[in-house]
Design a protein around this ligand. Sequence first.
Ligand code: MD3
Ligand code: FE
Length: 217
Amino acid sequence: MTFDLFDSVAAEVRQWQEPLAPGALVLRGFVADAAPILAAVHAVVAQAPLRHMVTPGGHRMSVTTTSCGALGWVSDDAGYRYAAIDPATGRAWPVMPGALVALAADAAESAGYSGFIPDACLINRYEVGARMSLHQDRNERDFRAPIVSVSLGIPAIFQIGGMRRNERALRVPLAHGDVVVWGGPSRMRFHGVLPVKPGSHPLSGPQRINLTFRKAG
Ligand code: MD3
Ligand code: FE
């Protein structure tokens, strides 16, 4: 047996693909080195603080959120939308760090979407017990572009439903380093996250960090 074969087997154990639904692919263990990704996240958070969004129905979300890139996600009395200015600071959102742009583009490419250039990266932080109820992502301008989601830190169970809220949802565990690419017919599926169970990860502590990269504008 050659060492090349050994290396390729080692790579397959570390990283593999699981089809989820038409157009949706899980890239298990895709983030080979999470430390620089988390460092980039911390740099963004230092400039644009994590905050609890309020839903159009007036509920405070359990997750805290911030953004980087040309556009970020904001909520107010008028509802949800993308905006170029962070209402918490009155400034433009932080520039999307190169390491994050490259990760999103590499993941999209691996899933068959070449040329994906995100203009928005939402950063969601889940402390133990935080959750996200079933919803669709429909505020982006062009639904032909995929959404790339990166899970870091403690694991969570992700729910993926159909095109209507009442369709039965599938449960998929997502662990540190997993990336999901949602495109094609899966782009408009309902999705959510079950309450995060207690745990700790050596790089993040008792938190789950999710990054979602979008072409919003
Ligand atoms: C399926 N975030 O920020 S990422 C969100 O884990 C959001 O923080 C969740 O849903 C989280 O909007 C889930 C996975 C995801 C993102 C977008 C999708 C799944 C999707 C768009 C269409 C279908
Ligand atoms: Fe979503």
